[in-house]
Design a protein around this ligand. Structure first.
Ligand code: GDP
Ligand code: MN
Length: 391
C-alpha cells in the first residue's frame, strides 16, 4: 500500500523527522487560508498522486505569491497528471500539498527498503539526490552507500555514523543526520514499511536537514496490524476491478489484455497467463479465486472480469484439488444467470468432481466451449478473442 506524500509526512512528524511546514488542500477556496496560515512569500505546490516523477512533469511548482499558488492550484486540481511512473492516461489530482518553500543548499538521498537477495532491510544514502537518482544508480552506483541491518536487533547509532561521514555535511547537520537515520529505521520497522524514501533530503541555508519529499509504502501483508494506516488508503488511483476484488477477498491483478482469466491457485494462474501469451494473446488479468472458493466468490470474480471492457473472451481454468469443480460450476451458472455474458467463454475443468461440474455446465443451456486440456483452452480463448475483434 502506498501513502500520499502528505500522509507520509504526517508519519514523519510523529517520528520527529523534520518536514517543511505545509497544508493539504482539496478545493481552490482553501488556497488563501493555507497561504495565510503558512505565511512567507515563497511556496511549493505539490500534486498528491501515488506516483513519483512529479517534479519533471509539472506536478511540483514553486510560487512567489498566494496568487501564484492559486493559479498553480487551478492548473492542477481536478486535472490529470502524467509522469513517467503513471500510465499514458495519467492520474487525477484530488489534493495538493502547499508548503512553505525551502531554500536549498544541497539535495541528498536517503531511503530504506528490503534487499531481497540479502534477505535484509537496507539503508541507501547518497550525497547527491533529487530528481536524477535513477540515473545516478545506473551510471555511478558507487555514489550510493548501502548498509544492511538486522530487523531483530533494530538500530545502532554506528549505522547512522557510518553513513553520515561520507555525506560531507556541516557538523550540526551531521548530528541531525545520525538522529534521522535512527528515527527512519524505527519508523520502517514499526510501520511494517516495504519502502521509506526521502528524495530529496535537503540541507537548508541554515545548515539544517529537512525531508523535502516523502514516500512510504506499507507491506500489504501487515495491514491487519497497521489499522490506522490501512484506513487511510486511497483507492481512487487503482483499477476499479482491483478494488472490487479486494472487497470480496479474491486475489486479482489488472493487466489490461483481452483474455479474462479465472483460475484457482496462484501457480496455475501464472501458468495460464503464460499459455495465453504463448498462444499469441494477452491476459487481461491475474485472478486466483483460491482453494476454498465459494459460489459467491466465483460469481463476483465473473462480474469483475466482465466489467472490463477490454475483455473479449474468458478462460476458466480450474484444477479441483481443494476447490470442487461442481462448486465452481455452480458459481459460473449463478453468475451467468445474473450478468449478461456477451463474450465467448472457454472452460477447462479437471480434478475433484470435474465430471459433475462439466455435466452441470453442459445442462445449464449456457454456450460455453469446453476444452480438453490447458494448452487447448488457451488457444481456444485467444482465437475466440480474435474472432470477436474482427466482428
Ligand atoms: P518528485 O519529482 O515527485 O520526486 O517530487 P519532489 O517532492 O522530490 O520535488 C521535485 C523537486 O522539486 C525537488 O528535487 C526539488 O528540487 C524541488 N522542490 C520541491 N520542493 C521545493 C522547495 O520547497 N523549494 C525548492 N527550492 N525546491 C523544491
Ligand atoms: Mn522526490
Amino acid at each position: 500500500m502506498k501513502l500520499h506524500e502528505y500522509q507520509a509526512k504526517q508519519v514523519f512528524t510523529s517520528y520527529g523527522i523534520p518536514i517543511p511546514e505545509g497544508v493539504c488542500i482539496r478545493k481552490l477556496d482553501e488556497v488563501l487560508e493555507a497561504t495565510k496560515k503558512l505565511g512567507g512569500d515563497r511556496f511549493a505546490v505539490k500534486a498528491q498522486v501515488l506516483a513519483g516523477g512529479r517534479g519533471k512533469a509539472g506536478g511540483v511548482r514553486i510560487c512567489k505569491s498566494p496568487d501564484e499558488v492559486l493559479k498553480a492550484a487551478q492548473e492542477m486540481l481536478g486535472k490529470r497528471l502524467r509522469t513517467h511512473q503513471t500510465g499514458s492516461d495519467g492520474v487525477l489530482v484530488n489534493a495538493l500539498l502547499v508548503e512553505k518553500a525551502v531554500k536549498i543548499k544541497r539535495e541528498m538521498y536517503l531511503s530504506i527498503t528490503v534487499d531481497r537477495a540479502a534477505e535484509l532491510p537496507v539503508i541507501l544514502a547518497s550525497a547527491e539526490g533529487g530528481m536524477e537518482i535513477e540515473e545516478l544508480a545506473k551510471e555511478r552506483p558507487e555514489a550510493i552507500l548501502k548498509v544492511h541491518f538486522e530487523p531483530e536487533v533494530g538500530n545502532f547509532p554506528f549505522i547512522g555514523r557510518k553513513l553520515a561521514y561520507p555525506m560531507n555535511l556541516p557538523e550540526k547537520a551531521t548530528g541531525q543526520f545520525i538522529t534521522l537515520v535512527n528515527r527512519l529505521v524505527k519508523l520502517f520497522l514499526e510501520k511494517d514499511a516495504s519502502l521509506v524514501e526521502i528524495n530529496p533530503l535537503v540541507l537548508t541555508e541554515s545548515d539544517d536537514l529537512v525531508a523535502l519529499d516523502a514516500k512510504l509504502n506499507i507491506d500489504d501483508n501487515a495491514l491487519f496490524r497497521q489499522k490506522e494506516l490501512a484506513s487511510s488508503k486511497d483507492t481512487s488511483e487503482e483499477p476499479l476491478q482491483e478494488v472490487k476484488a479486494r472487497e470480496v477477498g479474491i486475489s486479482y491483478v489488472y493487466i489490461g489484455g483481452e483474455v479474462g482469466c479465472m483460475v484457482n491457485g496462484a501457480g496455475l494462474a501464472m501458468a495460464t497467463m503464460d499459455l495465453i501469451k504463448i498462444a499469441g494473446g494477452e491476459p487481461s488479468n491475474f485472478l486466483d479465486v483460491g482453494g476454498g472458493a465459494t459460489a459467491q466468490q466465483v460469481e463476483a470474480a465473473f462480474n469483475i472480469l466482465l466489467s472490463d471492457e477490454n475483455v473479449r473472451s474468458v478462460l476458466i481454468n480450474i484444477f479441483g484439488g481443494i476447490a470442487r469443480c461442481d462448486v465452481i460450476a455452480q458459481g459460473i451458472i449463478e453468475a451467468a444467470k445474473k450478468v449478461k455474458i456477451n463474450v465467448p467463454v472457454v472452460v477447462r475443468l479437471e480434478g475433484t468432481n470435474a465430471d459433475i461440474g462439466r455435466r452441470m455446465l453442459a445442462e445449464s443451456g449456457l454456450k460455453f466451449q469446453s476444452a480438453e486440456n490447458m494448452k487447448k483452452a488457451a488457444e481456444m480463448a485467444v482465437a475466440a478473442a480474435r474472432e470477436r475483434e474482427k466482428n
